[in-house]
Design a protein around this ligand. Structure first.
Ligand code: C2E
Ligand code: MG
Ligand code: MG
Ligand code: MG
Length: 286
């Protein structure tokens, strides 16, 4: 068809565009019903302490089971949920469900875990985030210090007073706040001194080639030193092999998560993983 000249190519291009727009609309429409149709599931990825290899917590990652749309990936449907505003209610569902799950595990004898939940900018700004967090804690009984909210630097660039107020209200609740995907957003570092983050998460794009590139090691080393000087703990994301782990440990990184330990797992598989991991970990200390 491409040989048929400009007119046809234009038509082809338009069809392609409308296909893209149609899928986007279809995803948005189906997202509206995803909670009531029980199509969301949470997956859990372990976060491990680098100094003693102990399991410290989990990051909660949302999954959407929708056969008709062939299970859209999180990057795709979360972007659409953000643009349409649906993320506010979806995010509350995640928060409630995650806190409940951690308490269920605790009551069934699993070790005490902290839980990190991703929060989109719109949830933070429009969604009564403080009330919703408080209610999730109250309803589940999860102690506030075990909940960590992950936000990205994009939220902070406009530095509105309301954002600072929400931030301190959350800190007053006793929850912890992490800066996610560090290094991928806007290069202003001044917000590190203005916002008391508890944790900085180094984006996996920086971790990816530290075993091949001295420059990357230098960069990651600088990020860790800077975070520590602000009294923040550091988590490296996307750790996939032992060399990366060794370098991060040498550079005093506090915690890691990544496929080296485990991909995100559904609740049952995660509970199994924890039991196996604790056995191996205890065996190493005998
Ligand atoms: P994120 O918060 O940075 O989450 C980490 C992502 O890295 C996850 O992708 C995880 O599966 C992936 N990952 C973990 N370890 C490795 C590794 O060793 N190698 C590689 N290549 N990847 C690894 P996922 O689950 O596809 O989620 C993508 C993004 O979607 C998340 O990035 C987060 O920004 C967003 N997201 C996921 N769940 C939620 C949610 O409940 N609410 C909100 N607002 N956003 C969410
Ligand atoms: Mg995250
Ligand atoms: Mg995130
Ligand atoms: Mg991240």
């Amino acid at each position: 068809e491409a040989k048929n000249g400009g007119g046809n190519r234009f038509c082809f291009y338009q069809t392609g565009m409308s296909g893209f727009v149609e899928r986007r609309l279809e995803i948005e429409n189906q997202l509206r019903h995803a909670i009531e149709r029980d199509e969301f599931k949470l997956h859990y990825q372990p976060v491990v302490d680098l100094q003693n290899n102990q399991l410290r917590g989990v990051e909660v990652l949302l999954r959407w089971h929708n056969n008709e749309l062939r299970n859209p990936r999180p990057d795709t449907f979360i972007k659409i949920a953000e643009e349409s505003g649906l993320i506010v209610d979806i995010g509350s569902w995640v928060l409630e469900r995650a806190c409940q799950q951690i308490m269920e595990w605790r009551n069934s004898g699993l070790p005490e875990l902290s839980v990190a939940v991703n929060i989109s900018a719109r949830q933070f700004i429009e969604g009564d985030i403080v009330e919703r967090v408080a209610s999730a804690l109250k309803r589940s009984g999860l102690p506030a210090h075990q909940l960590e909210l992950e936000i990205t630097e994009g939220l902070l660039i406009n530095d509105a007073p309301t954002i600072r107020e929400i931030f301190s209200a959350l800190k007053n609740l006793g929850v912890r706040v992490s800066l996610d995907d560090f290094g991928t957003g806007y290069a202003s570092l001044s917000y590190l001194k203005r916002y008391p983050f508890d944790v900085l998460k180094i984006d996996r794009s920086f971790v990816h080639d530290i075993n091949e590139s001295e420059d990357s090691v230098t960069l990651v080393n600088a990020i860790i030193a800077m975070a520590h000087s602000f009294n923040m703990k550091v988590i490296a994301e996307g750790v996939e092999n032992l060399q990366q782990r060794r370098i991060l440990r040498e550079r005093q990184c506090d915690m890691v998560q990544g496929y080296l330990y485990s991909p995100p797992l559904n609740a049952d598989n995660f509970a199994d993983w924890v039991k196996r991991y604790s056995d191996i970990h205890q065996a190493q200390h005998v």
